[in-house]
Ligand binder design. Structure first.
Ligand SMILES: [Zn+2]
Length: 430
């Protein structure tokens, strides 16, 4: 049976690898072909210099070429951990060290989960470092110094320990102590835990990495608050964040839930956009809330979690799964770690579906913004401006974007916005 488990896993694993690799190759050659035509794509004509178009192509190709090697390297790392004797060693080590604590502390399980996670984090450092400090640097986006990079990693590790220990303890304790319905208990626990994280994120976690300041009073702030009022969006305040400390890429987001929702604007966004454009971006974000996208995604993720835990429940005592990866006997923590390592190649087929839903939400939020502002142009300009400034790929391969993109391409979004504004406001926005 062990061979069947290994064979099944490898089949899915190789398939995932091939799909990712081939899509990347298709995207690279597609972008090259469009570039040879030497024509700036429709919506960007007059908005982007030929020099910037060239730079965006070079940026896309540099990332694509690097992705090839990152793909291969990542696959080798996973195979090494699963088949290179890493898991049996970590299991022995965790039981050896964890055995000094009472078994009620779940010390062995927590150690095993952490040490496996740590191995993956350490082995992913080379590709992560290269993409941040070499590729992003070459195209002028990187503002992170090596020192800041390492401090971020250490803070992340610290948070992982502080948050991870109670989390793992809770899950392992429920697996052990609540009988055959443990998966249902674990589901409620994990769901509540995620909720708690969303609540404490804006005030306790995010400030560890960035400085947040209330947006200074002025036209922008007044108009944001008026907009929030107009659409009935309750907020705890508008903040700016020093995103420029790490990267020149720009963004805006909402965090928190209920009345503690905060609007966060990157300083880079405020610099790059006019007030009208910034408002359009915020109207779009508020659209996600008003149209209940956030809630819907939460429900879908909840269902996935419940199904995943139920499947884990079926596998938890299945000995061949453990022996296939060198673990002598079944354990709850072993099942937890193996499941999270093995499920990737199976669930990756859900990614395009989730992205499809997410793209649908983006169109709806764009429509909301256009209707709220009774004008599609600020949203259009904001999108085009962001695409140009971020040197985004103007011409992704349709299959690549269908598979990977959580947002429609800018060209798709702009033409959808024009349809809304021309049918409802008869604005000709040429
Ligand atoms: Zn959106």
């Amino acid at each position: 049976m062990e061979q069947v488990v290994v064979g099944l896993f490898l089949t899915f694993f190789i398939l995932e690898f091939l799909v990712e690799f081939i899509l990347n190759e298709m995207n690279i050659s597609y972008v090259r072909k469009r570039w040879v035509e030497q024509k700036i794509p429709d919506f960007f004509q007059g908005k982007m210099s030929p020099k910037d178009y060239r730079k965006s192509v070079e940026y896309t190709l540099a990332k694509g070429r690097f992705q090839r090697w990152a793909e291969v390297y990542g696959a080798l790392v996973t195979l090494f951990v699963l088949f290179g004797g890493v898991l049996p060693y970590l299991d022995w080590f965790s039981q050896h060290v964890g055995g000094r604590f009472p078994s009620t502390t779940q010390a062995a399980g927590i150690l095993f989960s952490f040490s496996t996670g740590l191995i993956f984090s350490i082995l992913s450092l080379p590709t992560d470092l290269y993409s941040t400090l070499v590729i992003e640097e070459r195209f002028g986006f990187n503002k992170t110094t090596l020192k800041l990079y390492l401090t971020d990693k250490l803070k992340g590790l610290f948070l992982g320990v502080v948050i991870g220990i109670p989390f793992l303890f809770g899950v392992l304790w429920l697996m052990e102590g609540t009988g055959s319905y443990w998966w249902l208990w674990a589901f409620f626990f994990i769901f509540a835990f995620q909720f708690l994280m969303v609540m404490i994120y804006p005030t306790l976690i995010a400030p560890l990495f960035n400085k947040f300041e209330p947006l200074r009073d002025g036209e922008l702030r007044q108009r944001i608050l008026a907009l929030a009022d107009q659409v009935g969006f309750k907020t705890d305040g508008v903040y700016t964040m020093d995103g420029s400390r790490r990267s020149a890429h720009s963004n805006a987001y909402f965090t928190g839930i209920g009345k503690t929702k905060r609007i966060v604007l990157f300083d880079t966004l405020i610099e790059q956009m006019t007030i009208d454009q910034g408002l359009a971006v915020l109207a779009h974000e508020m659209g996600h809330y008003k149209m209940k996208h956030i809630r819907r995604m939460l429900v879908i993720r909840g269902i996935c979690l419940l199904v995943g835990l139920y499947i884990l429940n079926l596998l938890v005592g299945y000995e061949p799964m453990f022996r296939a990866f060198g673990l002598e006997k079944p354990s709850n923590y072993g099942a937890l770690v193996l499941f999270s390592l093995l499920s990737g190649p199976v669930t990756f087929y859900l990614n395009p579906l989730m992205n499809f839903l997410s793209r649908k939400h983006e169109y709806e939020a764009d429509r909301f913004a256009t209707r709220t502002l009774k004008d599609g142009r600020p949203m259009e300009e904001a999108l085009i401006g962001l695409t140009v400034k971020n040197l985004s790929n103007l011409t992704p391969h349709p299959w690549y974007s269908a598979y990977h993109y959580s947002h429609p391409t800018t060209a798709e979004r702009v033409s959808a916005i024009r349809k809304v504004s021309s049918s409802e406001y008869r604005v000709s926005s040429s």
